[in-house]
Design a protein around this ligand. Structure first.
Ligand SMILES: *Cc1c(COP(=O)(O)O)cnc(C)c1O
Length: 217
């Protein structure tokens, strides 16, 4: 697969769903990828990437931005409150806001910095004990709490359980977003982004299908 294969498949999925391809943003997930693969995708003109660790992103994107100019990078992995400041200076969006403590830390920093990345709230749709995110039953209250903090909440994010049909989780996430008046849906990865688009994904997070297998780190 390559970037152009994936964009072709996204366009086809949009067409099948009667959606405008411009309504789906492809986040190229560059975590744990060799640098030459990342620069190859930058050379093709792509300017939206995803990382799941602050440290790794900080070691990569300041230099790449010097070379390539402005690039949007979204944080899609867990964030500790004590790294929130660094994250807010590195990323244009944070998809993994998953608890009140973190929401409060980001809100305080947003006041101080006068700016805030786009915020997505992570929902643990599979109710998996080991997974981040608020439970579906707590989602409405968490959305309200984040809005009270004046966070720019764009939408919701989920990572379905590996052994379940992801469409059920995408549909649940879409339902929670709709009843809260949220339009952003960060869902769908290499194995299931077409199903996510069918159910309304606005941000698909695709790594290995674009870049190949990650270097285990
Ligand atoms: C790594 C990662 C992805 C990309 O996974 P692929 O299967 O390689 O497409 C998407 N979302 C999150 C949260 C990830 O950590």
């Amino acid at each position: 697969m390559s970037l152009s294969d994936i964009t072709t498949r996204i366009d086809a999925a949009c067409q099948a769903a009667g959606r405008d391809p411009a309504s789906v943003h492809l986040i190229a997930v560059s975590k744990l990828q060799p640098l030459d693969r990342v620069t190859a995708v930058l050379d093709e003109g792509h300017r939206l990437f995803g990382e799941n660790r602050v440290q790794e992103a900080d070691g990569k994107w300041p230099d790449l931005r010097k070379q390539y100019g402005s690039v949007d990078v979204h944080l899609i992995g867990p964030l500790q409150s004590n790294k929130a400041r660094q994250a807010m200076q590195l990323f244009q969006a944070i998809h993994s806001v998953d608890r009140p403590k973190l929401a409060n830390a980001i809100a305080r920093l947003a006041q101080e910095l006068g700016t805030c990345p786009d915020i997505f709230l992570q929902i643990n749709t599979g109710e998996e004990p080991q997974k981040a995110g608020v439970l579906p039953t707590e989602a409405d209250a968490f959305v309200a709490e984040c809005r009270d903090l004046d966070l720019p909440v764009q939408g919701l994010m989920c990572i379905p359980p590996v052994d379940e049909e992801p469409s059920l989780h995408f549909a649940l996430l879409a339902k929670i977003a709709e009843r809260n008046g949220l339009t952003g849906l960060s869902m769908g990865m290499s194995g299931d982004f077409e199903r996510a688009i069918a159910l309304g994904a606005t941000h698909v997070r695709v790594g290995s299908a674009i870049f190949g297998d990650r270097v285990t780190g």
